[in-house]
Design a protein around this ligand. Structure first.
Ligand code: BGC
Length: 474
């Protein structure tokens, strides 16, 4: 009997059941996303208190802010190796432990070097988690739910950012930066706990030659079913990839297409401006005429943080129904148009007297930014992570996802580092139009390059790169 025949019988049930162990996997993905988001959003609120306490120079302010990104860049590369070497679940546990240590170091740091070291450790944890958790989720989720699993990760990132904005607003009056940074200890401990309860990815176990353990895990995840066919399907694909993956193989010409797709998505997600807005929302609202700190914080917390969370539900509802491509293409149109409008609004704001609260243009900017965030949240936010985690062959998946994640962090670092410089050099309007231009370029590139992966098994997708017929269901 062919693999195709053997596996079709398990398809309908396997695609629908979300058993207890799968819910634990989902919990791991969600907690990892919460941590990622919290650590991304918290620094904007903590910085003022830190500056006051340690009298930081401008350079040290940048170091304290950006070394998390630096740690994440290195951590994501290490995360790929850890996930391939020690398993997806253990890599998640290591990330959780790093968060706990990093949060403690930051919250209790007596001086700047230790604080920076804590930032680096947390960043390293963010990087490892950003690779290991979605990988873990996408390898264990049944094909019909895979998009939703990874979209849940994105939802958790947005909730993390939103929570950080709320905590910042709540603690801002006392400038209590130690609590702001220390709170990420809680989800760190939670990640270790849920990670300890989880099963290992059967795909990784088979890859390591631990077939019996893989069978046992499949039995736990789908106790009601005959998992022999499922195990065969995984083995069948991995058999074709004899030998161990090396970093060199990630760049093998055979996988050039998925690599280009992943890197392109990772870069377009950032150069279209999301983190310029996440990090600098307060300043943007200030420039648009929201004159008091309270007005700016409220606009940022709700129009950026809250809307980002709410609109991610659109992706969760539609990513496995409509597919990845329609969401990406629609989202890029919304983002591009919104950025064009923000550019025009600033043209009119800058033409008016500064400090006079240019009302109409300010409101137009607010509405356009909401449209931008909504469009990002149902498209590039979740879909990029979903596609990056599903298009690589099992053999190189861990390391290839790591490379794409590191490139994503690198692009995020560049955009957030140079956004203010760019505004100084070419002005606000042109900067937003540049982001809009990247949306247009991204649209054309996605239209021509990114395949639809909705409802297809990882094995199917893998075979499509090598031109073999698509057939295996898991
Ligand atoms: C991106 C982050 C971004 C977040 C905003 C994620 O998908 O990778 O860079 O801050 O979305 O929700």
């Amino acid at each position: 009997m062919s693999v195709t025949q053997q596996t079709t019988s398990t398809k309908s049930t396997a695609s629908e059941t979300l058993t207890g162990p799968l819910l634990v996997v989902l919990a791991v993905v969600v907690v990892a996303g919460l941590l990622f988001g919290y650590d991304q959003g918290v620094i904007s609120g903590a910085l003022d208190g830190i500056k006051q306490q340690f009298m930081l120079s401008a350079i040290l302010v940048e170091v304290v802010t950006s070394w998390v990104t630096l740690g994440a860049l290195v951590g994501s590369l290490a995360g790929g190796w850890l996930a391939d070497h020690y398993g997806r679940r253990r890599a998640v546990l290591i990330a959780g432990a790093l968060f706990v240590v990093g949060a403690l170091l930051q919250a209790t740091a007596p001086d700047v070097p230790l604080l920076v070291f804590g930032r680096l450790v947390v960043g390293f944890g963010v990087g490892v988690a950003a690779v290991a958790a979605p990988l873990y989720g996408s390898e264990l989720a049944p094909a019909a739910h895979r998009g939703r699993f990874v979209a849940a990760y994105q939802l958790a990132i947005t909730i993390g950012i939103f929570l950080a904005y709320l905590v910042n607003a709540g603690l801002a009056a006392d400038g209590d930066w130690r609590w702001m940074l220390g709170i990420s200890l809680v989800p760190g401990v939670l990640l270790v706990l849920v990670g300890a309860l989880g099963v290992e990815s059967p795909r990784w176990l088979v890859k390591m030659g631990r077939r019996d353990e893989a069978r046992a895990v499949l039995g736990k995840v789908w106790p009601e079913e005959d998992n022999a066919a499922r195990l065969k399907a995984i083995e069948h694909t991995l058999d074709e990839e004899a030998g161990k993956a090396s970093w060199r193989e990630v760049f093998d010409p055979a996988w050039r297409k998925p690599l280009m797709i992943a890197l392109g998505l990772a870069i377009f997600q950032q150069i279209t401006g999301i983190n310029a807005i996440i990090y600098y929302a307060n300043q943007i609202f200030a420039a648009a005429g929201f004159s008091t700190a309270a007005q700016q914080t409220t606009a940022t917390t709700w129009a950026v943080g809250g809307v980002n969370v709410a609109a991610t539900f659109i992706a969760i509802a539609f990513i496995d129904k409509l597919g990845r491509r329609p969401l990406l293409l629609a989202g890029l149109i919304g983002m591009g148009l919104a950025l064009l409008v923000v550019g025009f609004a600033f043209l009119s704001i800058d033409g008016q007297l500064a400090g006079n609260g240019p009302r109409t243009a300010g409101i137009v900017t607010l509405v356009a930014l909401v449209v931008f965030i909504v469009s990002f949240a149902f498209s590039l936010g979740p879909v990029v992570w979903t596609v990056i985690n599903e298009i690589f062959p099992g053999k190189v998946r861990g390391r290839a996802v790591a490379v794409a994640t590191a490139v994503n962090w690198g692009s995020a670092f560049l955009v957030s580092q140079f956004f203010l410089t760019l505004i100084d050099a070419i002005g606000k309007s042109t900067t937003f139009w540049l982001f809009a231009f990247f949306c247009a370029a991204g649209w054309i590139w996605v239209y021509r390059t990114v395949p639809e992966t909705r409802g297809r098994t990882l094995e199917d997708i893998e075979r499509s790169w090598t031109g073999q017929p698509a057939s295996v269901s898991v």
